[in-house]
Design a protein around this ligand. Structure first.
Ligand code: PMP
Length: 359
């Protein structure tokens, strides 16, 4: 089957993004896709229960007005500055299409969210990576050269490391001719948002998601905030592609989630506490763990290869993430679960490490 058919020569060939495994078996401890271990708040449950299914015969509001207004009020911006999409992946993909249309390569860190190069490839955008330093920190000088746009996650994934706002601000300021996207998927877990800088920089856009801190990965809601002109260009591309992306139940649930701020804060605080406890335990077991400001930990063991630990955990039905990629192949990314899940993880690791010593 190696023959290339004539029609195949006209195909847009891409190597797709590979998401974390979604095991179908029961009883698995799933710490591999940075989902929230807690359900969304009761307001979301009520909104879905009260949703009148008869409305489904109609198209949803293509401007997603209710959700856009709720987000604008929450973040203290004008509704025209807010764009919502089907998860931040949707928002980011459309942003790549809209903003990265220059001839020079776009720039992003060498260790980062592995969807960026996939979007660049699918949209035929030239790209180059900028190596993080030995501590996985951004070297801002790398971004002070001609480019077609910049995207940086803060905190970064999968390292969890938060970059000082002042460093990123310098990058934004030095690149008035490029759009700079800051992907803040994990910012609620102890980072600091670039949102307050939007008034100052027309070329800055911030992207966030409901998938992590708002416990709604299954609902697929993401959003971008930028100045009205920039967001206007993004909307033009979106409405040239698919007008009705946000479905009615997602809009209703999204509004309810934003209104329940107390639950949101409580959930985030719980995850941060569990993260710090787990970090201490992993250090005790001989891991080096980065200073994560996200809902995951990035850890490497001083003796045992990450690939081996990954398999050992999988045998015990604990799923974490491992990439066989340069510079990070000896690291594991572990999503912060409930206290109980993390206790099981720590016990399982301790047992494995002990038994291995006596082998
Ligand atoms: N950005 C980063 C850095 C991520 O890790 C993720 C989650 N895989 C996303 C964006 C996309 O998340 P979602 O589409 O669920 O909003």
């Amino acid at each position: 089957m190696n023959t290339v058919e004539g029609w195949e020569k006209k195909i847009r060939r891409v190597i797709p993004y590979v998401a974390g495994e979604q095991p179908k078996t029961e009883g698995v401890i799933k710490l591999n896709t940075n989902e929230c271990p807690y359900p969304p708040g009761m307001g979301v449950k009520a909104a879905l229960r009260e949703f009148d299914y008869e409305n489904l015969r109609l198209y949803p509001d293509m401007d997603a007005g209710a959700l856009v207004d709720a987000l604008a009020t929450y973040y203290g911006v004008r509704p025209g500055q807010v764009f919502v999409g089907v998860g931040s992946d949707d928002v980011l993909a459309l942003s790549f299409m809209a903003f990265f249309h220059g001839e020079k390569p776009i720039l992003f860190p060498d260790i980062t969210y592995s969807f960026y190069d996939v979007w660049a490839e699918v949209f035929r955008i030239p790209w180059e990576t900028c190596p993080l330093d030995g501590e996985f920190r951004i070297r801002k000088e790398d971004y002070l050269r001609p480019n077609g746009g910049i995207i940086i996650p803060n905190p970064n994934a999968p390292t969890g490391i938060f970059e000082e706002i002042s460093t990123l601000e310098e990058i934004v300021r030095a690149n008035p001719d490029s759009v700079v996207i800051i992907d803040e998927a994990y910012v609620d877990f102890g980072g600091e948002s670039m949102l307050p800088l939007l008034e100052k920089y027309g070329n800055l856009m911030v992207v966030q998601t409901f998938s992590k801190s708002r416990a709604m990965a299954g609902m697929r809601i993401g959003f971008a905030i930028g100045n009205e002109k920039l967001i206007g260009y993004l909307k033009d591309v979106k409405f040239s592609f698919n007008s009705y992306t946000m479905n009615m139940p997602a809009l209703a649930a999204g509004v309810a989630a934003i209104k329940d701020d107390a639950y949101f804060k409580e959930t985030v605080e719980k995850i941060i506490r569990t993260r710090e406890w787990t970090k201490g335990q992993l250090a005790r077991l001989g891991f080096h763990v980065t200073d994560s400001r996200s809902n995951f930990l990035f850890a490497t063991h001083k003796e045992i290869p990450a690939a081996e630990i990954f398999q050992a955990l999988k045998r015990e039905q604990i799923y974490v993430r491992h990439w066989d990629r340069p510079r990070i192949s000896n690291y594991l990314r572990i999503t912060v679960g409930t206290d109980q899940q993390m206790e099981i993880l720590v016990e399982t690791l301790a047992k494995y490490i002990k038994e291995r010593e006596y082998d």
